[in-house]
Design a protein around this ligand. Structure first.
Ligand code: AP5
Length: 220
């Protein structure tokens, strides 16, 4: 799972790493936004929290992830992006994976200071499915307003306005940052300098992941 504040680059990196490792990419934020677009009951219950920059309650989020990681495409593992985000979610995930004979293998923590996060979120644009993420300055599309991969129109997220971004960062500091200690104590935290360029961050994650997996005997 990838850990980091809003705008650290979790979605950007998770998409590349999942593809390279042939694993499912599970983004809790994307699942919530799909449910909001499809006006499901989960979407309606989550929308108010997301629009105001607060975390969605743990029970709703844990049930949603339980259902998603039980799907066949997760049998070989998955990259979690945006979950867990509280200690209660992390404990629920440990229990859930234990039932499935799995575990959290390691946790790349993408560390980025607040001023950089704000610049990144204010320039972020996404394709229709939100799978492909761009930045006007740091990672622009080849053609203005159009996704390079699927040709759909790019849009900005409602919760990327300044006031909501500030709220999301406060929520992160209060509720999610304690996970740094949780996973460091478990010997699973891989510290990544997220200020570097996108490709360099990807290389750092893959190198540290490779070293961790070979140390733990998962790959030779
Ligand atoms: P979610 O969608 O998960 O948002 P987030 O955590 O706030 O993270 P972001 O998607 O904003 O940022 P990111 O780290 O993925 O950065 P990105 O790669 O896009 O959650 C949204 C909401 O859903 C939450 O606020 C909450 O309400 C709810 N929610 C979700 N999960 C929940 C949970 N588990 N529990 C409770 N509630 C939950 O990059 C950002 C920009 O920077 C892009 O433009 C990108 O191109 C650019 N960029 C990326 N890396 C670099 C780099 N190295 N250099 C320069 N630019 C870069």
């Amino acid at each position: 799972m990838l850990l980091g504040p809003p705008g650290a680059g979790k979605g950007t990196q998770a998409a590349v790493v999942a593809k390279k490792m042939d694993l499912a990419h599970i983004s809790s934020g994307n699942i919530f936004r799909e449910n909001i677009d499809n006006r499901t009951e989960l979407g309606m219950r989550a929308q108010g929290y997301i629009d105001s920059g607060q975390l969605v309650p743990d029970d709703l989020t844990i049930d949603m992830i339980r259902e998603r990681i039980s799907k066949p495409d997760c049998r070989q593992g998955a990259i979690l992006d945006g979950f867990p985000r509280t200690v209660a979610q992390a404990e629920a995930l440990d229990n859930l994976l234990l039932e499935m004979n799995g575990k959290v293998e390691c946790v790349p923590f993408i560390n980025v200071p607040k001023d950089v996060l704000i610049e990144r979120l204010s320039g972020r644009w996404l394709c229709e499915t939100e799978e492909h993420v761009y930045h006007l300055k740091f990672n622009p599309p080849l053609k203005d307003g159009i996704c390079d991969v699927d040709g759909s129109s790019l849009h900005q997220r409602h919760d990327d306005v300044r006031e909501t971004v500030e709220k999301r960062i406060r929520e992160y500091n209060q509720k999610t940052a304690p996970l740094i200690k949780y996973y460091r104590k478990a010997g699973k935290l891989l510290e990544i300098d997220g200020k570097k360029e996108i490709d360099q961050v990807t290389r750092d994650i893959l190198n540290k992941l490779g070293a961790h997996l070979s140390e733990s005997g998962r790959i030779s």
